[in-house]
Design a protein around this ligand. Sequence first.
Ligand code: TYD
Length: 133
Amino acid sequence: MTQQPSEITFKSIGRPDIGYISVAEYQDLIPFEIKRVYWTYFTPNHIIRGNHAHKSLKQIIVAVSGIIEFELEDKKGNITSYTLDSPEKGIFVPEGYWRTIKFSHNAVLLCLASESYKEDDYIRDYDEFKRIK
Ligand code: TYD
């Protein structure tokens, strides 16, 4: 069965006076083994990034700082928008979704990924994305 995107709420361990820690651990909230971690930062807020889909990569996305607007489109054209405005929030992004991403200037996007980097896993052409079954 095809997986659907979903929102995740991580536990916040701590208190306002000492600060917090959140944890992403395989099987507990993360439905794949993590092979790669990357983070993006200093994205100007007028820039739209993403503009691609993945053939098989699954990801968890967290805004560890700042605010990230993450939009997902499926093959049928259904669009879902997520506002990541807290380090407690994440989204699970399965393969096969076109994504566009906007950042506040201080945003840091953390990605936990199911595969190592492979350019041939990307679909960077929107028309091709719509065509591929
Ligand atoms: P890309 O995934 O296209 O970023 P975005 O969707 O945010 O625009 O990656 C941007 C560039 O970084 C591209 O040239 C590929 C390179 N890159 C790597 O070399 N390794 C990686 O793990 C990632 C995610 C990107």
